[in-house]
Design a protein around this ligand. Structure first.
Ligand SMILES: Cc1cc2nc3c(=O)[nH]c(=O)nc-3n(C[C@H](O)[C@H](O)[C@H](O)COP(=O)(O)OP(=O)(O)OC[C@H]3O[C@@H](n4cnc5c(N)ncnc54)[C@H](O)[C@@H]3O)c2cc1C
Length: 396
């Protein structure tokens, strides 16, 4: 008997899971996606960085699946002629006070097995990035950039070639488990599966509720806004220039990232949003749900200073520019133009903690990816293997 597995969400994670289950288990997979194209949400609105594994708590899922994911993604891009460029990353300390944190980051990167990590002084960092300034830096030469939407499109093609199907414009509206099957209403069609895997990003909570599994964490959307460098200012950045991150947050701070096409992005900030797909500015559509979760207010009480600073940076271009000039002082306000932003699906616990690690729950026949923020695009092929390992196979 062939296993029938449904996947909710055609972002890079859902598509990678679909491909893995079809290839490794011979399952018949059906991906249900509400949009007209694949990779429209987080997969299509990010920094495009293939993270090397510097930041993550050793032993965490993020640390392990990021390292495994990098290797798989590099191989996948090479096999399919997709762009992948090891432009390298500098994490720059701009004050002496940041040095201990930078040193700790270098140690963590080595503990995670990140290759080629080097600690540089002010002169050394300028050999890598001649227009950057700082008192010290950590260099990760193999950190790369790639085109995640192109990877997602290729994964969808693989799914089709393996006999699976991707149904676009099929929003999942209802789920129920009955007689050993998971019945799903998507658009106007009914489906019946042996297993269902939910990789719905910003839609996770809504789908989890349909499955009768509201869970102990909730997705809180954080907008990530970008500017792009225009004209000759692009030549001021060779690869990726990052600040030393604040260890209290899973976000990495506004950075400068050279993209596959040569564009250089500045961003993203991290601003609490009150709508799950808040691309068009400042929607309040989902305010009730987001503010109704006790964790949101507890988080806001603890982090209100950071919240005000990030909101100010969102409203006042000058604050954003100052952030970038801290690392590349030659930049001027005229060099930065607004670029499309993204919205992160970040899980927040009831006690207000920003959940740091990836979270996958199994509930009966439904597997729910509860938290897959950065570096989940980097890690997607490894997350897929991890999920294939925990989705119980049918007894034959
Ligand atoms: C600003 C920003 C910068 C980032 N930078 C990086 C980076 O440099 N490197 C990195 O590795 N990661 C980065 N990330 C994180 C990365 O983009 C995400 O971790 C990754 O894309 C998650 O993929 P996904 O498939 O889980 O989610 P998504 O791509 O959001 O896909 C979820 C899909 O589910 C669909 N869906 C939702 N509800 C339903 C429903 N009811 N029915 C059917 N379909 C539904 C949605 O339409 C969507 O297509 C960044 C994210 C952001 C926002």
């Amino acid at each position: 008997m062939t296993e029938k597995i449904g996947i909710v969400g055609a972002g890079i994670v859902g598509l990678a899971v679909a491909r893995e289950l079809a290839a490794a288990r011979g399952a018949e997979v059906t991906v249900l996606e509400k949009e007209e194209r694949v990779g429209v949400h987080q997969t299509g609105h990010n920094s495009g960085v293939v993270h090397a594994g510097i930041y993550y708590q050793p032993g965490s899922l993020k640390a392990r699946l990021c390292r495994e994911g990098v290797a798989l993604l590099k191989e996948y891009c090479a096999a399919h002629g997709l762009p992948y460029d090891e432009v390298g990353k500098l994490v720059v300390a701009s004050t002496r006070a940041e040095r201990p944190q930078l040193r700790a980051l270098a140690e963590r990167a080595r503990a995670n097995g990140v290759p080629g990590i080097a600690e540089l002084d002010a002169l050394g960092l300028r050999e890598i990035e001649p227009h950057a300034v700082g008192v010290a830096a950590v260099h990760s030469p193999h950190t790369a950039v790639c085109d995640f939407p192109a990877v997602a499109r290729r994964l969808a093609q693989d799914v089709a070639e393996l006999g699976g199907s991707v149904h676009l414009s099929h929003p999942v509206r209802a789920i129920r488990e009955r007689a050993g099957r998971v019945e799903v209403l998507a658009g106007r069609r009914g489906f019946a599966f042996d297993r269902l895997v939910v990789c719905a990003g910003l839609g996770t909570d809504a789908v989890a509720r349909m499955a009768g599994a509201p869970g102990e964490v909730r997705i809180v959307p954080f907008k990530g806004e970008f500017y792009a460098l225009q004209g000759a200012a692009r030549n001021l950045v060779r690869g990726l220039i990052y600040p030393v991150p604040d260890p209290r947050y899973p976000f990495l701070g506004v950075h400068l990232t050279r993209q596959i096409g040569g564009e250089v992005l500045v961003g993203p900030n991290a601003v609490l949003a009150l709508a799950y797909e808040a691309y068009d500015g400042r929607g309040f559509r989902d305010a009730g749900r987001i503010l109704g979760w006790p964790g949101t207010l507890r988080m806001a009480r603890t982090h209100w200073r950071t919240g005000i600073r990030e909101t100010y940076g969102s409203l006042v271009k000058g604050a954003f520019v100052r952030g970038a000039r801290r690392y590349v002082p030659e930049l001027t306000a005229a060099d930065l133009v607004r670029a499309p932003g993204g919205v992160r699906a970040q899980a927040v616990a009831r006690d207000g903690r920003l959940v740091d690690d990836f979270v996958v729950d199994v509930q009966g026949r439904v597997v729910l990816v509860r938290n897959a923020p950065s570096p989940a695009a980097t890690s997607s092929l490894a997350i897929a293997r991890h999920i294939a390992g925990i989705v119980p196979a049918l007894v034959r």
